[in-house]
Design a protein around this ligand. Structure first.
Ligand code: BGC
Length: 854
C-alpha cells in the first residue's frame, strides 16, 4: 500500500494559505487490502506532537477535520497511517505552514508620491545577519504586484494578489524568501499596477472600481539559528521610483518602455534617484490569508505557424485558444516599438479583434536597444492569434505563448474511437483551463472576464470531474458568501460585484435593487453540492451550508411577498440564456423562449432540494425536513401552475421546459411519459437538433439517456451541423464557444455584441460523457466516489471509450468497446471503494476494489 495526494484543506504542502475549514485528506492505493480498517493522523511542530487522532475506524480519507488551534507563522509536519483489512499498513507525511492568522500587522500600507495613475516601484534596503534559518514575506499589493529580492522575482506566481471582493476581503500572500537573502545588505522591491482593483473593469469600464490608490503592505520575518528574529515592515522609510510600465490594465494590455527601466532597482546600492513614499492611514482589518490557489504558468506553446496575411500583417498562430500571454526575444534598435495584438479568430484570413469589444488586448514594448526576453506583468489575454508589428523579420523561435491559470490540474480524461468527440472533450477542458484564472470567469478575452455566477453554477459538476476543484471553488464560494451578505441574501450575477453606479449606459440593475437570478444565484447551492458529491468533504459542505440556506430563504421572501404559493415570480431573470428557440427566430437575442417564472420556480425547487439534501448529510434533521417540505410545496405549485392535469404543459413546452421537468422530477404523478414524448416530439420537429441555452443544455443529454431516449442523446451529441457540439469542432474550435452559432458555416463571425469563442457553459456535456457515455456516477449516500454506480450506456456509433478519473477516493477506470456485437467492459475500482456495475444487458454486479473485465 502507498499513500499519496496528502492534502491540507485541499492544498498540497500549503504555505500561508487560509486553512479554513481545516481538513486532512489522502489517497491510499496499490494495496492488497480492499478496505481501510483504520487510520491515524498526527500533527507536530518543532516543539513536538500537537495532535494525535489515535488509530480510528471513523477517519475518512476524504477529509478529516480535527479541532486543532494553529499558531501563526508556524511550520507543522503531519502524517497519516492507514491500515487495510488484511493487516497491511502504510504511512506518509507532509507539511503545512500557517500564515499570520490573527496576529496584528505591524506594517503600514504605503504608496508612491507620484501622480495617482502612475505605475511605480517600491524598494527597501535592509541588512540580514549571518546564520539565517528562515525568512518569510507576508505581502499584499493593490491592484497587482510583483515582488523582487536582490534582483530576482519572488515565487513563481503572477497577477497577485488575484481577483476577489477587495471591498470586503484583501488576501495576502506568504513567500518563503530564505534562499533569496544573503548575509549583509539585501533589497526588497515591489512593482505595482492598477489590475482589477483600480483598473478599468466590466463592459461599462468602471474606473477606480475598488480604490483610486495603488498600495502595498509587507512584513518580512527573519528567523536566525540563534533564536533571534527581525522584522522589516513597510513604512515611509521605503523609497519609490517610476516604473517602466507606462500603462496597464486587464482589458487593454500593457505599455512597457525599456528605456525607463532602472537596472538594479531591487538590488542593494540602487544607482538611480529614488523618491519618498507615503504611509496611508488605511487599516489592515480586511487583510486575511489567501484562500486562492496560485496563479502560475501551466503550459507553453510555440507558434504552430507564421501567417502573412493579404493585408500585409504578420500573425502568429499558436494552434490553441488559450489564456495567458506571449513572451518574446526583443532584438530591435533603441526606440523601436514592438506591438503585439491578440485575437481569437481570423476573418478572411486576416487578423481580427472586433469580438473583444472595448478591450484593446495589446502589448507595446519600446526597446532600449538591448536584447531582452520580454513578458507582460500586469495583464493577460485570451487568444490564439497574435499580430506582430515592429519586428522586421519574425522568427517563430523568438516567440512563446504561456498559458497562465490557477494551479489546478486535470483528474479526468476520456478518449473514444471518434476523433471529433476526443477534440470536443479537450475543448471543454481548455474552456475550463482558460477560465479558471483565480475565479471561474465567463471568458478570458473581451471586456468582461468576470466571475459570472450562472456560468460557474452550470459548469461546477463537470469541472469537479475534469479538474481537482475544491480549493479553487472554496475560494470563489467565500467571495460569493461575502457578496450574498452585502446583497441581503441575494447572490449577484457576477462575483466580485461592482458597487458603483454605472459610468455609462447599460444595465446597472445588477448593482441596484438586486434580488437574484435563477441559475446564476443558484451557484449558492449547485456548487457546494457538486463539491460534496464529487469530493465528499463534509467540512466544506458545512462551511457552505449557510450560503445555500440563505439563498433559499431569499427566494422564499419573494415567494411570501407574492402570497407564499411556492413560486418564484420576481428576480432579475435571464432564463434559458442564449437558447435558439425564440419564436421570432432572432438568434442574436440572448433570451430564450422558455417561460421565465417556470424556469425560476424550477430552480427554486432545485435549490430547496439541494439544501434539504445538504442538511441531511450534515445531520441537521430539522432543516432537512423543512427544506424537504418546501421543495414539495414548490413542486405542487409548479405542477398546478405550469402543467395541465393530463401531464402536458400549460406553458410552451420547449426543449428546455421538458429538460427541467424531467431532470428535477417536476411532472404530474404517473405522467412522466407525457413530458418525455413532448421532448421527443420537440426534437423531431427540430430535425433532431438541440435549441437549448444555458439552463437546458447541461442536462439535455442526461435526461434523454435516463428516460429511454439514449439513442437521441447520441444523435444530438454526434450531430456535426449547426447547432451542435461537434459543429464547433468541425469549424476548427479549440475551446467551447459562447453561442452555438458564434461562427457561421461560411467561417464568418455571427456578431460582435456578445460573442466569445471561449465560454465553458456548453462544455458541461462532459458531465454526460462521464455519467452516461462512460457510466461513472458518484453516489449521494457515500459521496467522493466511496460508492459509485457504473452504468455505461453505449451506442454502436461509438465503438470504444476509455475513461479514467482520479477521484478524491482514487483512480476509477472504465473502458468499454464493441467486439463484433459483443459489449466488453474493463473496470477498475480504487481501494476502499465499492461500485455497482450495471451492464447494458441488465445484469448487476457489486464490485469492491480491484480490476475487472466483463
Ligand atoms: C456573459 C455570460 C453571462 C451573461 C449574463 C454575458 O455577457 O459573458 O456568460 O452569464 O452575460 O448576463
Amino acid at each position: 500500500m502507498i499513500i499519496t495526494d496528502l492534502r491540507v484543506s485541499h492544498f498540497e504542502k500549503p504555505l500561508g494559505m487560509r486553512l479554513s475549514p481545516l481538513s486532512f485528506s489522502w489517497i491510499a492505493e496499490d494495496a492488497e487490502s480492499q478496505r481501510q480498517e483504520a487510520a491515524q493522523v498526527k500533527v507536530w511542530n518543532a516543539q513536538g506532537l500537537v495532535y494525535d487522532s489515535g488509530k480510528r475506524v471513523d477517519l475518512s480519507s476524504l477529509g478529516f477535520s480535527p479541532e486543532i488551534v494553529l499558531a501563526p507563522r508556524t511550520r507543522y509536519q503531519w502524517s497519516v497511517t492507514v491500515w487495510g483489512e488484511k493487516g497491511e499498513s502504510a504511512s506518509a507525511s507532509s507539511w503545512f505552514e500557517t500564515a499570520k492568522e490573527e496576529e496584528p500587522w505591524s506594517a503600514k500600507w504605503i504608496t508612491s508620491t507620484f501622480p495617482k495613475d502612475q505605475h511605480f516601484l517600491l524598494r527597501k534596503d535592509f541588512p540580514a545577519k549571518a546564520g539565517l534559518r528562515s525568512a518569510r514575506a507576508y505581502a499584499c499589493g493593490l491592484g497587482i504586484y510583483e515582488l523582487e529580492i536582490n534582483g530576482k522575482k519572488v515565487g513563481e506566481e503572477y497577477l497577485l494578489p488575484g481577483f476577489h471582493c477587495y471591498d470586503m476581503l484583501l488576501q495576502y500572500q506568504t513567500f518563503d524568501i530564505t534562499g533569496l537573502l544573503r548575509d549583509g545588505e539585501n533589497t526588497l522591491g515591489a512593482s505595482l499596477a492598477p489590475g482589477w482593483y483600480k483598473g478599468s473593469l466590466t463592459f461599462d469600464r468602471y474606473d477606480n472600481t475598488y480604490g483610486d490608490t495603488m498600495k502595498f503592505i509587507c512584513e518580512l520575518h527573519l528567523s536566525y539559528e540563534d533564536g533571534s528574529e527581525e522584522v522589516v515592515v513597510t513604512d515611509n522609510s521605503w523609497r519609490c521610483l517610476p516604473s517602466p510600465v507606462l500603462e496597464s490594465n486587464i482589458y487593454d494590455g500593457e505599455i512597457y518602455d525599456a528605456a525607463r527601466a532602472t537596472p538594479g532597482w531591487s538590488s542593494p546600492k540602487c544607482p538611480a534617484e529614488t523618491f519618498p513614499t507615503e504611509e496611508l492611514s488605511d487599516g489592515t482589518e480586511l487583510l486575511a490569508a489567501r484562500l486562492n490557489p496560485k496563479i502560475v504558468k501551466k503550459a507553453k506553446f510555440l507558434p504552430a505557424e507564421v501567417l502573412h496575411t493579404n493585408r500585409g500583417e504578420t500573425v502568429l498562430d499558436f494552434g490553441q485558444n488559450l489564456t495567458g500571454w506571449v513572451e518574446f526575444r526583443a532584438a530591435v534598435p533603441a526606440g523601436t516599438e514592438v506591438k503585439l495584438s491578440y485575437g481569437e479568430v481570423l476573418q478572411e484570413g486576416c487578423f481580427y479583434r472586433d469580438n473583444l469589444r472595448t478591450a484593446k488586448c495589446e502589448y507595446h514594448y519600446i526597446s532600449d536597444g538591448k536584447p531582452a526576453w520580454v513578458r507582460p506583468h500586469f495583464t493577460f489575454y485570451g487568444f490564439r492569434y497574435v499580430k506582430v508589428e515592429g519586428v522586421s523579420q519574425v522568427d517563430p523561435k523568438d516567440f512563446e505563448a504561456c498559458h497562465i491559470r490557477s494551479d489546478i490540474d486535470p483528474i479526468g480524461s476520456i478518449e473514444t474511437s471518434d476523433p471529433l468527440v476526443n477534440r470536443l472533450f479537450l475543448n471543454g477542458l481548455w474552456g475550463q483551463f482558460d477560465n479558471f484564472l483565480d475565479l471561474p470567469t465567463d471568458c478570458p478575452q473581451r471586456d468582461e472576464r468576470l466571475g459570472w455566477t450562472g456560468d460557474a453554477a452550470i459548469i461546477s459538476a463537470t469541472a469537479c470531474k475534469n479538474l481537482y476543484m475544491p480549493a479553487f471553488f472554496h475560494h470563489y464560494l467565500k467571495n460569493v458568501e461575502l457578496e450574498q451578505r452585502y446583497h441581503k441574501g441575494a447572490v449577484p450575477v457576477f462575483v466580485p460585484m461592482i458597487k458603483l453606479k454605472p459610468p455609462r449606459n447599460t444595465a446597472g440593475w445588477f448593482a441596484t435593487a438586486y434580488s437574484g437570478t435563477a441559475i446564476w444565484s443558484d451557484v449558492a447551492t449547485m456548487m457546494p453540492w457538486a463539491l460534496y458529491e464529487n469530493y465528499g468533504d463534509k467540512a466544506l459542505l458545512k462551511a457552505h451550508y449557510p450560503l445555500m440556506k440563505t439563498w433559499v430563504e431569499r427566494i422564499r421572501q419573494d415567494d411570501e411577498a407574492d402570497g407564499g404559493r411556492g413560486l418564484w415570480l420576481r428576480g432579475n431573470q435571464l432564463g434559458d440564456w442564449l437558447a435558439l428557440d425564440r419564436e421570432d427566430g432572432d438568434t442574436q437575442n440572448p433570451f430564450g423562449a422558455t417561460s421565465l417564472p417556470y424556469t425560476a420556480s424550477a430552480f427554486y425547487y432545485y435549490s430547496a432540494s439541494l439544501t434539504a439534501k445538504a442538511a441531511k448529510a450534515l445531520d441537521l434533521e430539522e432543516d432537512a425536513a423543512q427544506y424537504g417540505e418546501l421543495a414539495e410545496k414548490i413542486k405542487a405549485a409548479i405542477l398546478a401552475e405550469y402543467f395541465h392535469e393530463d401531464g402536458s404543459f400549460a406553458i410552451t413546452g420547449t426543449q428546455t421546459a421538458c429538460v427541467l421537468s424531467l431532470f428535477f422530477g417536476l411532472y404530474q404523478e404517473g405522467k412522466k411519459q407525457v413530458v418525455v414524448d413532448q421532448l421527443k416530439k420537440r426534437l423531431e420537429n427540430n430535425n433532431l437538433h438541440l435549441n437549448t441555452g444555458f439552463c437546458g443544455t447541461p442536462f439535455l443529454c442526461r435526461v434523454l439517456s435516463e428516460n429511454g431516449l439514449n439513442e437521441y442523446a447520441y444523435t444530438l451529441f454526434l450531430q456535426e451541423d449547426f447547432p451542435s457540439w461537434l459543429y464547433e469542432v468541425k469549424m476548427g474550435a479549440t475551446t467551447v464557444w459562447e453561442r452555438w452559432n458564434s461562427i457561421l458555416p461560411d467561417g464568418s463571425i455571427s456578431g460582435t455584441g456578445m460573442n466569445s469563442l471561449n465560454h465553458y457553459a456548453y462544455g458541461s456535456i462532459a458531465d454526460w460523457m462521464y455519467r452516461n457515455l462512460c457510466g461513472l456516477t458518484p453516489c449521494e449516500e457515500a459521496p467522493g466516489y466511496k460508492k459509485a454506480k457504473i452504468r455505461p450506456m453505449p451506442d454502436p456509433r461509438i465503438g470504444r471509450v476509455e475513461m479514467t478519473q482520479r477521484t478524491a477516493s482514487g483512480l476509477y477506470r472504465v473502458a468499454w468497446r464493441y467486439e463484433g456485437n459483443a459489449f466488453r467492459c474493463d473496470i477498475t475500482v480504487p481501494f476502499d471503494c465499492e461500485a455497482e456495475y450495471c451492464a447494458p444487458d441488465g445484469s448487476v454486479y457489486r464490485l469492491t476494489a480491484g480490476s475487472y473485465s466483463f
